[in-house]
Design a protein. Structure first.
Length: 343
């Protein structure tokens, strides 16, 4: 992306991009409703199709679109991708994306997948698939291997000691009061952070405050944009059996990582290695191309395969990515990079 000699280019994490698209579609529909009434809102004229109109608008802003972590887990995304990207490609927008899945494996096991299949055909027609297999985890390899890490275990650090460390980081050589902070999320919501500060220095959370609540990518993005340091304690071992909180934690890590502006301090429950956080799954390797996709999880919950839904299947890929990102984000190298100074 950095080396592309193109003036009109944009880069997004896939989930952030789709949230941006859905917001644009919503705003356009609301404007159409106000201006023309409900008859226009249900008009089937292609020129009045809000998905196509938004795609035309976005294509005018970029001739190159780069998407990280292309994965389809939501039926709302699946149903609009064909119209959206067909318009992009028709107007000459070049799409470059990274993904853990081949095109044929996208949204595998998803609800009403037959409606999604035309997009796969479009994707294979307009994009060249390159295999980027590597045994090297560059995030881990490039992270500082010194003793000083910011991923801590409750086995070696008490909750009181962790709170003291957080307070020291918050003060930063000048007194700062801990106070509740309201973060703006989108256009209509606010997220209350109980242990923040007016300077946006540190947001201190328990795991449950972030991942047991009905929060999503936009909430976590607001946290990433506001705080220099995010401290999370009581992080449990996560598995696909408890996939809702696991997915929220993975989404949180993704948003903090993509922001590239936040240092992460973690206190896990008796774990001192991020890769030990994500357990309770078994990866099944296929014997031929017609059988299960590599990496589909076979965990059982109440006698039923948890891997039945597309969103849960993707978690088996996302776990390794999240652990790798945690290693990097809790390294001294990352802290020095994002805070631009010595801690």
């Amino acid at each position: 992306y950095d080396h592309a000699q193109v003036s009109k280019k944009k880069r997004f994490h896939f989930h952030s991009f789709m949230a941006h698209v859905h917001n644009k579609i919503h705003d356009l529909k609301q404007n159409q409703l106000k201006q023309h009434g409900r008859n226009f809102a249900v008009d089937t004229n292609p020129d009045h199709n809000p998905i196509r109109q938004v795609a035309i608008l976005l294509a005018g802003e970029m001739s190159l679109l780069c998407l990280d972590e292309f994965q389809v887990t939501d039926i709302a995304d699946a149903l609009i991708l064909s119209q959206l990207f067909e318009t992009f490609w028709g107007l000459g927008t070049v799409v470059v994306a990274t993904s853990n899945r081949l095109p044929l494996q996208l949204y595998e096991g998803g609800l009403n997948r037959s409606y999604f299949l035309p997009f796969i055909s479009l994707l294979e027609r307009h994009c060249i698939v390159h295999s980027m297999k590597s045994s090297m985890d560059y995030r881990v390899a490039l992270s500082d291997d010194s003793f000083e890490k910011f991923f801590l275990s409750s086995e070696y650090m008490s909750e009181n000691d962790f709170s003291t460390l957080v307070d020291e980081l918050r003060q930063d050589n000048k007194p700062v009061d801990v106070e509740a902070v309201l973060l703006k999320v989108g256009k209509t919501r606010q997220l209350r952070v109980e242990r923040g500060d007016a300077n946006g220095r540190v947001g201190h959370f328990r795991f449950g405050e972030l991942c047991d609540m009905e929060l999503g990518a936009s909430d976590y993005r607001a946290v990433a944009q506001h705080f220099d340091i995010v401290a999370i304690q009581d992080i449990p071992t996560l598995s696909l059996e408890d996939h809702n909180r696991a997915r929220r934690f993975v989404t949180l890590i993704d948003e903090l990582y993509e922001a590239k502006t936040t240092a992460l301090l973690c206190l896990a429950e008796e774990k001192d290695d991020p890769f030990e956080l994500f357990q309770g799954r078994r990866i099944v390797a296929p014997t031929n191309a017609d059988e299960d996709t590599p990496g589909i999880d076979e965990a059982q919950a109440q006698g039923k395969s948890v891997g039945a839904s597309a969103s849960v299947r993707e978690l088996s890929f996302a776990f390794n990515r999240a652990a790798s990102r945690l290693v990097e984000m809790t390294s001294r190298r990352w802290w020095d990079l994002v805070l631009k100074r010595e801690i």
